[in-house]
Ligand binder design. Structure first.
Ligand code: IMP
Ligand code: MG
Length: 182
């Protein structure tokens, strides 16, 4: 698996300090521990980031999951968002929601999800992403919490995949072009 990686973009150590920083920002921004806070993991890519982040947040949080698909296959987005697994909760009005994403590329997934979640009546909706590729944006979208801003490269590892592979790598690496260009 590692042979398909051109170079490491974010090391395990850098991931750890980045997640620690974001968790502290969330604890700072949601000081009232009696108010419900929901970390909403967007499957599947965000599952590793979510697992690390939730352990480092000191205040109580609830967790939940949605699954959406934006990429058909390969390395380019289809532009259409499908909800594959929805949220079914009656208590949204009592929750501040933080959507936890692995990476923002075009921005379509998160801008769609934020609009969708606001319609559920959530008390507030913010977004948190491990990686951001602002050069690739096709819709105007600014996340509230960002781990690392990265260049326009296709990356894998730490939950991120190419055709369902490489998610288990503990670091974030740039995939060799020859892996997906034929
Ligand atoms: P967006 O809707 O274009 O912002 O796409 C976000 C989704 O595309 C992410 O949740 C990922 O699943 C996928 N994606 C975008 N860039 C990459 C990448 O470099 N590696 C792996 N998946 C990516
Ligand atoms: Mg994803």
């Amino acid at each position: 698996m590692k042979n398909d990686i051109a170079y490491t973009l974010v090391s395990e150590e850098e991931i750890d300090s980045t997640v620690t920083r974001i968790a502290a920002e969330i604890d700072r921004d949601y000081p009232d521990r009696s108010k419900g806070l929901l970390l909403l993991c967007i499957l599947k890519g965000s599952v590793v980031f979510m697992g690390d982040l939730m352990k480092k947040i000191e205040r109580p949080v609830e967790i939940d999951f949605m699954k959406v698909s934006s990429y058909g296959s390969g390395t380019s987005s289809s532009g259409k968002i499908n909800i594959m697994l929805d949220l079914h909760r009656a208590d949204m009005a009592n929750l501040d929601v933080i959507v936890v994403e692995d990476i923002i590329d075009s921005g379509r997934t998160l801008s769609y999800l934020v609009d969708y979640l606001k319609l559920t009546g959530a008390r507030s909706v913010k977004t948190c992403t491990m990686l951001d590729k602002p050069d690739r944006r096709v819709v105007n979208f600014e996340p509230d919490y960002v781990g690392k801003i990265i260049p326009d490269e296709f990356v894998v590892g730490y939950g991120l995949d190419y055709d369902e592979k490489y998610r288990t790598l503990p670091f974030i690496g740039v995939l060799k072009k020859e892996v997906y260009s034929h």
